[in-house]
Design a protein around this ligand. Sequence first.
Ligand code: SF4
Length: 329
Amino acid sequence: MNAAQENGAGPSVLEVEGLKKHFPVKKGLLSRHAGKVYAVDGVSFEIGHGETLGLVGESGCGKSTVGRTVLRLIDPTEGTIRLSGRDVTHLSKTDMRPVRREMQIIFQDPYSSLNPRMSAGDIVGELLRVHGLGTSAERQEWVAELFERVGLSRAQMDSFPHEFSGGQRQRIGIARALALNPKLIVGDEPVSALDVSIQAQVINLLMDLQQEFRLSYLFVAHDLAVVEHISHRIAVMYLGRIVEYTDKRTLFTDPQHPYTEALLSAVPVPDPRLRRKKMVLQGDVPSPISPPSGCHFHTRCPYAEERCRIESPPLREIAPGHTVACHLR
Ligand code: SF4
């Protein structure tokens, strides 16, 4: 039984093993090879049916690249991606076509991700048309049902993106992602561009849809507060690597990695008696072109020791289903 099954989430929809994505850095007129961006550097996780994995870290940690690589929007440098047990890591464009129906994405910016010249109904129905599914009338009816399911009206199918609010536009993005009945949806910071009050509505909608369609989510965010409500498990990323990976409850009540502690200390606690230890991180995330030696986090970690500068801590299981990459744990 894998961790997703132990979590009550059923067998894995997605299994990712040792995923790496390195981008070449070119310089000068002759595009000389000048190094690599280690955007994703050996990441492993799995997501069960009906499960949400929150993938969290500061901007530039590689979390969005993980989402896009999993969807094969970009090719991995190394590692394995399995969807419902099938290895899709090296499938050709043609072979990926039917697989694409099973995994969809919701983008961060609901405005720029919608074609301003297409009606909302055409945007949601476009993938049905591209995949040649149903008659025109059947597609129209399915799109209308999706509109209602995400909290929009049938009458709004004829409106254009600029006629909707930010929250409504994200609902169109969600309806589009649902159109092909996918198993897995990658949410790439899907609520970060929305007002806080609207964020909660969209997250609740995503959770209702998960129940109804037994969807699995990879939910990418830079803020632990955003993923707290929706996630079953959470993976914390720092400079291309997962540094802590466990169920939500354990992560919030018993964080073991200093970086998780720092991210958590920024999350507001409703009960003031449960105040968390304040830990403010100094500086920005170092460049992924030349990440620090040893533990990537040592340049910002308040507990760093000499060996942290030299030895990279492996991701170790410190309790069932709880893995941490830190020499002190
Ligand atoms: Fe901090 Fe060292 Fe642990 Fe890295 S290995 S998180 S530098 S204590």
